[in-house]
Design a protein around this ligand. Sequence first.
Ligand code: NAG
Ligand code: NAG
Ligand code: NAG
Ligand code: NAG
Ligand code: NAG
Ligand code: NAG
Ligand code: NAG
Length: 567
Amino acid sequence: MIAISSFVVVWLAAAANAAVPKTGLGMRLLEKRDSAPHNFISAGPAPPSHVLNLRIGLTQNNFAGLEKALYDVSTPGNSKYGKHLSKEEVAAFVAPASETVSSVQAWLKSHNLTSVPFSTAGDWLAVNATVEQANTLLQAQFTNFTHADTGKQVVRTLSYSVPDNLHGLVQFVHPTTAFPTSMVSTKQSVSSRRSVVDTRSADAPVPDLCKIAVTPACLQQMYNIRRTFATEKSNTLAVTGYVGQFANQADLELFLELFRVDLDPSTNFTLVTLDGGENPQNLSEAGSAAGSDVQYTVGLASGVPVTFISVGEDVDETQGYLDTANYLLSLDNPPSVVNTDYGYGETDYPFSLGMALCSAYAQLGARGVSVIFPSGEEGVSGDQGTSCENFSATFPSSCPYVTSVGGTYGIPPESAYGNSGGGFSSWFAQPAYQANAVPPFLTALGNTYKGRFNASGRAFPDISATARNHETVYRGQQIMMSGTGTSSTVVTSIVALLNDELIAAGKSPLGFLNPFLYAHPEAFTDITSGNNGGCFTDGFNAAEGWDPVTGLGTPDYAKLRTAAGLS
Ligand SMILES: *[C@@H]1O[C@H](CO)[C@@H](O)[C@H](O)[C@H]1NC(C)=O
Ligand SMILES: *[C@@H]1O[C@H](CO)[C@@H](O)[C@H](O)[C@H]1NC(C)=O
Ligand SMILES: *[C@@H]1O[C@H](CO)[C@@H](O)[C@H](O)[C@H]1NC(C)=O
Ligand SMILES: *[C@@H]1O[C@H](CO)[C@@H](O)[C@H](O)[C@H]1NC(C)=O
Ligand SMILES: *[C@@H]1O[C@H](CO)[C@@H](O)[C@H](O)[C@H]1NC(C)=O
Ligand SMILES: *[C@@H]1O[C@H](CO)[C@@H](O)[C@H](O)[C@H]1NC(C)=O
Ligand SMILES: *[C@@H]1O[C@H](CO)[C@@H](O)[C@H](O)[C@H]1NC(C)=O
């Protein structure tokens, strides 16, 4: 994550099972928590007339079918490889059964409420209800909570129920028991030092300068990245901005003048706004993470059109993530690769929302979109909010349908970046594509840390890239950004450039990457030194082959081209 680590605990009991007690006539508890997270203080009942924008997640008809289709189109050698699904084909798998929709609508109607479909497949409904209506509808007690540090107010309930006959049909209602996570800025390394204009040729040996300050030229040399311009305008790349992170055109222009003199410095990004997102261009509102995102996509994915998705500050990130995924799924021609800089400890993220988001990423993968997330900034601890008795995975990196990118530093031979998140999910089982790569690491590890992580979980990161001291222009000044969010941005640009070549050759874009990546470990430079400490341990060690610090290693563009069938 660039300049940001996530947290403020949001732990929520796993979705209720059949054994939950009845809470009233015909109603059954769906989710509850014992108390608000640390730091959220009750400020009394929410005003009855306050309007809640509720999202209701419905049970999907055939997620297993969607998952199979995803692996078919993403696994090299499968006869359907590259034959990505259309919007309608994906929707047909995940749409709820019509009886589900009619039962839920009848329930809402009995409370004088109406819903509108909120996702393309109709597996999400949006309903506006006053607190008074929602308290009755859901047998809830919506309450105002104030965050002790930020003063931010949210309206939530500690429990809610739905009618007996809707159990199994309604997955969850949001926002109810899931509190927003708040983010603090701790990882930024700012320096006002001036550095030289970097216009080295890609063929020269990687100079020591790249140890101190990483530039696009360093990355092109280290990872053999092509410098020629993209030609396929249909192939786009998207980066997302939350929590008031705005990308600034003047900063981008200065960055290109300093570090990509061969690119037109007025090259711009396209803007999309969601949930009232904004695009202030005052330098005083420029965001360092968003700046780094557009600078290392426009400035590295030479000529690939870049879209910046600015999500409004008034929705919490959990909802912002869902809205972003639903927006991308609604497009006929989605971007071929999407990068997001944020992440949370699995222990701190609401489980039911996590499941819904991971499902949305599977749908994007089936559409042919590579969904990329950084592996985190806290080593094996995953976040700062837990007791650290056990290691915590980072979500969404732990979702098996996204590509998780860890960090390295230095020039070849690189070492693991000490903060690189990595480990094993407690939520998701290990996917088949990891069946050969992960066991050798576990065998070598033996009983070390036994009981502190689940060795059967989805292992991450998948791959890695340099994470330290990326030259960035921020509010007109040169600073350096570090973090696995800088790594994931580099990988995003590499994927976009490969997709450009694939499309130019009449082939499909890479889509969901992981089965392809694990089938081609030879396309990565193995990282075998360093570790990712956390929870008062040294964490895991980088090792020969896959490891939970740097994954399969750092990309080699030329070898990836060959692996992708480009000659
Ligand atoms: C719904 O509206 C009708 C007519 O306005 C009213 O009689 C009824 O009490 C309302 N029901 C609820 C549950 O609010
Ligand atoms: C809910 O209210 C918002 C305004 O707050 C409006 O934009 C939206 O269309 C409404 N949704 C429904 C389902 O009525
Ligand atoms: C409760 O929260 C709502 C929504 O943020 C706000 O409009 C209202 O003023 C708050 N009321 C109290 C008593 O804090
Ligand atoms: C770049 O794009 C942004 C957002 O669309 C726009 O506000 C700005 O005017 C553009 N700048 C230039 C130089 O084209
Ligand atoms: C940003 O610029 C706009 C228009 O020039 C101005 O109205 C606004 O006050 C500025 N905001 C800040 C935070 O400087
Ligand atoms: C470990 O993960 C597997 C796969 O997700 C799961 O079946 C098992 O219950 C987990 N074990 C523990 C102790 O949590
Ligand atoms: C840590 O994991 C062990 C074994 O899976 C489990 O028994 C224990 O409750 C966990 N501790 C915490 C704090 O979650």
